[in-house]
Write a protein that binds this ligand. Structure first.
Ligand code: PLP
Length: 367
């Protein structure tokens, strides 16, 4: 890897595969025989159309997305989807269920309150968002009339991840997941979901594009007040090209999808992610309490690993020393403190091994 690059443990925007960055660099000025950069192309020209179509088809292969789902490349971040979902799927009086396992689920719920009638059926807040409810418990709590059940499959700040997915109690209801921070980190059975959405800037690209995978029969009933940009029907009918899309971000995602396919697809990617997470969590467990991860073991995220120091006064020193050794962005979110190592697809095993070696060394000097 390039000597002037750091190991970037940021939660997003996050590290990208070097092979992808180099490929992008090699076609930065002139993309194939187009005579121009992807940044300069018309989004309606044949070159860009081939780029967005290839990106979609590679993503469909990666996640084995069934024909009855649309794939949309939208703007506004996952945050915009917090509003678009209730606007498209509900009338104001419609009831929907939210499982709140961290701050992102909470934000999604709060936004939905403006457009429909959501209920938080379970919240992990009183336990500092360190748990995922059991599905039998959720079964009891679900509203049988809820139009959808919303989860955040991986809470980026708190590091809790669903390892399997609940089923909506309403036979006509659908499961919706904010997969922003574990999208394409492992295989997922898309057919279990009505909608999957994810900001790209963690696992699959730069910021600026949000991917929405939505079952086709769920579109077409948006509330009248729905802004045109948030209307899935309009976006789907125009193949995400109703207005000018985030062309370059879509192109970069396309390069990442190609790279993930070259790695052997998401089963292989998951194996690597499990290995990285395992050595990091093991290092925390084997530190005799010097490091601590607050999250319940069975739901620890493969992507975002929060941890604290028993001697919390050393946390600043830990982050500073790590940065000197080219491991950056390890500070935990301001709402929880401590440290957080985000180890998305593009974080190499070497990066995690280096972090673990540093942690052991830091402990030996400060224990
Ligand atoms: N959902 C999750 C799980 C996130 O991690 C984030 C951002 O970090 C968001 C939603 C918000 O995404 P955006 O900044 O793209 O709106």
């Amino acid at each position: 890897s390039s000597p002037d690059r750091v190991f970037n443990f940021a939660p997003g925007p996050a590290t990208l595969p070097e092979t992808v960055l180099k490929k992008a660099e090699s076609e930065l000025y002139v993309w194939r025989d187009s005579g121009m950069s992807v940044m300069e192309m018309s989004h309606r020209g044949k070159d860009f159309l081939s780029i967005i179509q290839k990106a979609e088809s590679d993503l469909r292969t990666l996640l084995d997305i069934p024909e009855e789902y649309h794939v949309l490349f939208l703007q506004g971040g996952a945050t915009t989807q917090f509003a678009a979902l209730p606007l498209n799927l509900c009338k104001p009086e419609d009831q929907v269920d939210y499982v709140v396992t961290g701050s992102w689920g909470d934000k999604a719920f709060k936004e939905a309150q403006k457009f429909c009638t959501p209920n938080v059926i379970w919240s992990g807040k009183s336990e500092k968002y360190t748990k995922i409810p059991s599905f039998s418990e959720l079964d009891q709590l679900q509203n049988p009339h809820a139009r959808y059940l919303h989860i955040c499959s991986n809470e980026t700040i708190h590091g809790v991840e669903f390892k399997d997915y609940p089923t909506p109690k309403n036979p006509n209801g659908v499961l919706i997941a904010d997969m922003s921070s574990n999208f394409c980190s492992k295989p997922v059975d898309v057919s279990r979901f009505g909608v999957i959405y994810a900001g790209a800037q963690k696992n699959v690209g730069p910021s600026g594009v949000t991917i929405v995978i939505i079952r086709k029969d769920l579109i077409g009933n948006a509330q009248d007040i729905t802004p045109v940009m948030l209307d899935y029907k309009i976006q789907a009918e125009n193949n995400s090209l109703y207005n000018t899309p985030p062309c370059y971000a879509i192109y970069m995602c396309g390069l990442v999808f190609e790279d993930l396919l070259e790695q052997g697809g998401l089963k292989e990617v998951e194996k690597k992610n499990k290995k990285k997470a395992e050595i990091l969590y093991n290092a925390i467990e084997e530190s005799n309490g010097f490091y601590r991860c607050p999250v319940e073991k069975s739901v620890r995220s493969l992507m975002n690993v929060p941890f604290t120091l028993e001697k919390s006064e050393l946390e600043g020193e830990f982050i500073k020393e790590a940065a000197k050794e080219k491991m950056v962005q390890l500070k935990g979110h301001r709402s929880v403190g401590g440290m957080r190592a985000s180890i998305y697809n593009a974080m190499s095993l070497a990066g995690v091994e280096k972090l673990v070696a540093f942690m052991k060394d830091f402990q030996s000097r400060h224990a």
